[in-house]
Design a protein around this ligand. Structure first.
Ligand code: CA
Length: 328
């Protein structure tokens, strides 16, 4: 009895595509030809560049399997162009595997890519942070140091060996650069002007209910620290008038995103509008890559809106995503 059912389903899917106007088709996840996780994004020359990990786990299997990072670009936040992989975890010769969450930032015409990878050597094997550099936002990227920027043994606040993941970089208007990072205990450290060396001690941040996935941005004179909280992860945020805090907890920004225990947000302003970029496990079974899940995540984008007092409105996650092209 399989065939008639399959035929019926195919006919019904076909009918949906034929009769539904393009604008009404679901746009979240934004890419359905590959799994994409842990988004980071920058704006450069009127384009958004989106960086993601590449979930390669098979359907039904357990565990993260990420080996490379991908880049996509868009001029309007609706249409996306894929540029392929910028780098593999093993392009850091000192790393064993695990292309986990990353962050990109531009400084003086160079693009610096900070990322979490697993390092199996040294005094305390575990997740480390590497930095790669390129003259182009789409690469090719090469290890900027030939060694890890930050290794597991350099922090001992928490016992897990993935406590130094999820780098997020912020550069102040005076040029001072900081790297925020951490799992279980949130931390930050100043970077030297060359962007590839630490400058001073690692400090602990005082924010409640922290799990991981720090992201720092500024709007007006407010600093925002967004992060994943609990497990399954929601996104919380805190605000400050200084990069050094004190950070005032503001509560929930986004709920648990469909079918994914983890989350990881990127926040950008582009052509006068604000966007919240995250991931879900909501890829549907009829996509070219099959069904999504905890280890088969996909990037989604929705609007971010601020209240007059600078606080952020809770994100409304949608399946339609961004439908209005960004324009100046
Ligand atoms: Ca550590």
């Amino acid at each position: 009895m399989k065939t008639p059912l399959k035929r019926l389903l195919s006919a019904s899917i076909l009918a949906t595509f034929i009769t539904t106007p393009l604008a009404a088709l679901a746009k979240n996840p934004i890419v359905d030809t590959v799994f994409t996780a842990d988004p980071a994004a920058i704006v450069h020359n009127d384009k958004v560049y989106l960086y993601t990990g590449h979930d390669e786990q098979e359907a039904g299997k357990v565990g993260f399997n990420l080996n490379e990072w991908l880049v996509f670009s868009s001029e309007d936040m609706v249409n996306w162009e894929a540029h392929g992989a910028i780098m593999r975890a093993t392009d850091f010769e000192w790393a064993l595997n695990s292309a986990w969450a990353s962050h990109m930032i531009e400084r003086d015409g160079k693009f610096y890519f900070y990322t979490s990878v697993y390092k199996d050597s040294g005094p305390k094997p575990g997740f480390a942070i590497g930095v790669a550099v390129s003259d182009s936002p789409t690469g090719p990227f090469v290890d900027a140091r030939g060694s890890a920027l930050l290794t597991n043994d350099m922090t001992t606040h928490s016992p897990n060996n993935w406590d130094d993941i999820d780098p997020a970089i912020f550069i102040e208007e005076n040029g001072d650069a900081y790297m925020f990072f951490g799992n279980t205990v949130p931390k930050y450290v100043k970077l030297k002007d060359n962007m590839i060396e630490l400058d001073g001690e690692i400090k602990v941040l005082d924010i409640p209910h922290f799990t991981e996935a720090l992201w720092v941005h500024k709007k007006g004179d407010n600093y925002y620290l967004t992060y994943a909280s609990g497990l399954p992860e929601t996104i919380h945020y805190a605000m400050s008038k200084s990069i050094h805090g004190p950070w005032i907890h503001q509560g929930l920004l986004n709920e648990v995103a469909g079918n994914s225990n983890t989350n990881h947000q990127a926040i950008i302003e582009f052509k006068g509008k604000d966007y919240f970029i995250y991931h879900t496990g909501a890829m549907q079974h009829n996509s070219p890559v099959g069904i999504g899940g905890e280890f088969r995540r996909s990037v989604a984008i929705d609007k971010l809106e601020y209240n007059e007092d600078g606080t952020m409105k809770p994100i409304v996650m949608t399946s339609r995503g961004i439908t209005e092209p960004a324009s100046e």
